[in-house]
Design a protein around this ligand. Structure first.
Ligand SMILES: Cc1ncc(COP(=O)(O)O)c(C=O)c1O
Length: 421
């Protein structure tokens, strides 16, 4: 079996036969092989070729691959109690909940633990419904919150939604960053507004200054919960531990996942204020549960992750490295304005918007050839997202920017040669 699994063609065919034929075609077409090993900012394929990971599994690898402090914490926990009985108190879960509360200055005091971003969103939506005893939810066009039935219902892309309709009822969408549009649809039946602080899969959009303050005021006025989905922005990605901190607001509920497990364990978390929790769990403490949520391995990984971020001053690194990326990307955009429209971002969550159909995909293939991993945003194929580990070296940023420059140059000349531009 080991020999079989070493053979990349066989692995591709096992994907086609037993996992997802279309996906197998897509991965092969883009030129990806079989991942073998990850270390720091690099991933190695079956041939030992190394790739600089600018994608970071859509934001998971904030500390890179296999950060030694996180793997050590998880290995130690593995020898004591990997999963929870669910009937005893668990020390690791309690410590993590306390630490997360501390990171919100004890404003969002409580945490419900799960295993993924979509699960964290499901919990947030349920908490809003039971907490307000209302049904209506508002989300944003292009917003991405997951693909389970509930989280898909607030995900703003038709392509993913249509095959599963009817989804949850009572959901309306406003354009991201447009407070006037939101004002028109929010009312006293609105349970919650769910929104990302920087719209990730929609194409890395930063809202205009003051938008979140106005949104907070509107939600307070109508007794509506403000849910900030921090699945991608949380755990330092934008330069503060939570993205909402930079907006000068306090949400009622936030969701976390992706980077919280330090790139070693999957974990999801839904945090809320005391007021929210009193309403959600008042009548039934088991109203929402998860077998694996809050398991000791995942919580230990999260605690180690937070410790690394704090001890290594990684939030400062995110700000400084993010501005280096943005500056370099802007210079590239100025050189290739015929296919590059705009560069956007905050911290190490950067996006490059292309103006010509398929040019982002072509650039991703070129980047792969040059040993750089990247992907476009799920709800907007015109935007390549750049979300490297916070630990990326300056020399790797230079390498990445050169690779992006050369890839864009090659794509532009191809598009010129076939008369597309
Ligand atoms: C903001 C946001 N919310 C929710 C999710 C869903 O997370 P998961 O894929 O872990 O279910 C994502 C995933 O990209 C996300 O970016």
């Amino acid at each position: 079996m080991n020999n079989l699994l070493k053979d990349s063609e066989k692995i591709t065919s096992l994907y086609a036969k037993h996992i997802n034929p279309g996906l197998a075609k897509l991965i092969s077409f883009a030129g990806f092989g079989v991942e073998q090993r990850g270390e720091g900012c690099y991933v190695y394929d079956q041939d030992g070729k190394k790739y600089l990971d600018l994608l970071g599994s859509y934001g998971v690898f904030a500390l890179g691959h296999r950060h030694p402090k996180v793997t050590e914490a998880v290995k130690n926990q593995l020898d004591i109690l990997p999963l929870s009985t669910k009937v005893f108190f668990n020390q690791t879960q309690a410590e993590l909940a306390q630490k997360l509360s501390e990171l919100t200055n004890h404003l969002l005091t409580y945490t419900f633990f799960s295993n993924s971003g979509a699960e964290a969103v499901e919990a947030a939506l349920k908490f809003a419904k039971i907490g307000t005893k209302r049904n209506k939810l508002i989300s944003t066009k292009g917003g991405y919150h997951g693909k389970t039935l509930g989280s898909l219902s607030v995900t703003g892309r038709e392509k993913f939604r249509t095959p599963f309709e009817p989804l949850l009822s009572g959901i309306e969408f406003a354009p991201f960053g447009d407070i006037a549009a939101l004002e028109k649809i929010i009312d006293s039946n609105t349970a919650a507004v769910i929104i990302e602080v920087v719209q990730g899969e929609g194409g890395i959009h930063v809202a205009p200054e003051g938008y979140f303050k106005s949104l907070r005021e509107l939600c307070t006025k109508f007794g509506t919960y403000l849910i900030i989905d921090e699945v991608q922005t949380g755990v330092g990605r934008t330069g503060t531990f939570f993205g909402y901190e930079q907006e000068g607001i306090t949400p009622d509920i936030i969701t976390l996942a992706k980077a919280l497990g330090g790139g070693v364990m999957p974990i999801g978390a839904t945090m809320g204020t005391k007021e929210v929790w009193e309403k959600v769990f008042a009548e039934n403490p088991l109203v929402h549960t998860s077998t694996f949520g809050g398991n000791p391995l995942a919580c230990r990984a999260a605690l180690a992750t937070i410790e690394v971020i704090e001890k290594e001053n990684l939030l400062d690194a995110v700000v400084q490295k993010g501005s280096k990326f943005i500056k370099g990307l802007n210079q590239i955009q100025e050189q290739f304005p015929r296919i590059l429209k705009e560069v956007r971002g905050r911290g190490l969550m950067c996006g490059v918007e292309f103006s010509v159909p398929d040019s982002a995909e072509l650039t991703i293939v070129q980047l792969l050839k040059r040993g750089v991993l990247a992907a476009y945003t799920l709800n907007n194929p015109f935007v390549i997202r750049i979300e490297p580990p916070f630990t990326i070296e300056e020399s790797d940023i230079d390498f990445a920017l050169n690779a992006i420059h050369d890839s864009v140059e090659e794509v532009q000349s191809l598009l010129q040669s076939i008369g597309v531009i």
